[in-house]
Design a protein around this ligand. Structure first.
Ligand SMILES: Cc1cc2nc3c(=O)[nH]c(=O)nc-3n(C[C@H](O)[C@H](O)[C@H](O)COP(=O)(O)O)c2cc1C
Length: 346
């Protein structure tokens, strides 16, 4: 049997194979942040493709933390029922399901990958169905705009979102620490200029992440936690950002994170999860993940530019990662998993 189709047990969760559908926000949102029929049908259909683990697109712990209008919320108990149904539909296809929880952070309009998407929009477009629901973006993450009491509120909002995800029956919660959003902004010295205990040395910059993990864990019982961790703000071989999170700092943080959670889902490139410059470089974060694997004992998922089943299998066989995230390849070829099985298991 190929490594790709071997089971893996992560704590109390067994995946039937090593293929992970990474978070892919395909914009099926509905006003109000509920899980609607379109979202249910979409994930039900995707889970029929047969991955071991499906991670939902980012959902948000508060209205004002959303990246785009109408994305899924976990900010109130009224959202739990919709998520219960989503979990049920995916479980019916014998696939485990995680939900990604994210906070947009500050200066959304300065996040490079989002710039294009937001090109014809301005902040006033982020007004929802009622005044109260409009997005109140953070101006910055510095002490003035984001005082410690506000950080505490955010941490608690993640904790509460985690509890709701638990009650909905998710197998795992993934905390989004990458792609230029709030937690990534704290991790990056180019953005985080705080002088208090949330800024400065790497483990201080990761403090908000550690607090979120600790608070969530106190509520989750046996539900697993994964962190979508940017190991560096620059993808390998490129320097888009001076003074971004360095690989050494990212690995140090990764090692510390690994003592606290059940899986690390590696990513990188400040909002550059899919930089066009390295699209031809297969598995572009693979060298980061190999280095991380040498430091940690928990499973590492690697996503980014993995296109073929052979290569996916090679990465696991050769110790780059334990599972592989297949994003765009799966979106563009719904038979990817079936073909992989035919190819590797014949
Ligand atoms: C349409 C689209 C939406 C995405 N939405 C999310 C998201 O909600 N959360 C996230 O962490 N990453 C998101 N990503 C990044 C993917 O999870 C993944 O890291 C990236 O596409 C690289 O993997 P790939 O080469 O297999 O596609 C998105 C990517 C795409 C193409």
């Amino acid at each position: 049997m190929s490594k790709l189709f071997e089971e893996i047990t992560i704590k109390n969760m067994t995946l039937k194979n090593r293929i992970v559908m990474p978070p892919l926000a395909v914009r099926n949102e509905e006003k109000g942040g509920f899980v609607n029929e379109t979202i249910l049908n979409y994930y039900e259909k995707m889970s029929k493709l047969g991955m071991g683990l499906l991670i939902t697109e980012n959902a948000f712990p508060s209205k004002e933390s959303r990246v785009m209008p109408n994305q899924m919320l976990l900010s109130d108990d009224k959202f739990i029922d919709g998520h219960k149904e989503l979990v049920k539909r995916v479980h019916n296809n014998d696939v485990k399901i995680a939900i990604e929880i994210n906070h947009a952070g500050a200066n959304l309009f300065n996040i490079p990958e989002l710039k294009n998407m937001l090109m014809n929009k301005d902040e006033s477009d982020f007004v929802f169905e009622d005044e109260e629901d409009s997005r109140k973006p953070l101006k910055s993450i510095n002490e003035e705009d984001l005082p410690k009491e506000k950080i505490r509120e955010i941490v608690i909002s993640f904790k509460e979102a985690g509890r709701r995800a638990r009650d909905a029956g998710y197998d795992m919660i993934e905390i989004h620490a990458g792609h230029g959003f709030l937690i990534n902004q704290f991790l990056s010295p180019m953005i985080n200029k705080r002088k208090d205990e949330y800024g400065g040395i790497p483990l201080n910059r990761a403090r908000i992440l550690f607090e979120i993990i600790e608070e969530m864990k106190s509520n989750l019982r046996d539900i697993l936690i994964s962190v979508r961790l940017p190991v560096a703000d620059n993808p390998p071989q490129y320097k888009f950002y001076d003074d971004g999170l360095s690989v050494d700092d990212g690995l140090l943080i990764g090692k510390e994170v690994s003592y606290k959670v059940d899986m690390i889902d590696i990513t990188g490139g400040y909002s550059g999860s899919r930089p066009k410059e390295i699209w031809s470089y297969d598995g572009y974060f693979k060298d980061y993940s190999k280095r991380l694997k040498e430091l940690v004992t928990i499973p590492v998922n690697l996503t980014g530019g993995i296109k073929t089943p052979d290569f996916a299998n090679y990465l696991i066989e050769n110790g780059y990662c334990d599972t592989v995230g297949i994003g765009r390849a799966l979106l563009s070829d719904k038979k990817w998993i079936e073909k992989a099985k035919n190819l590797l298991e014949r």
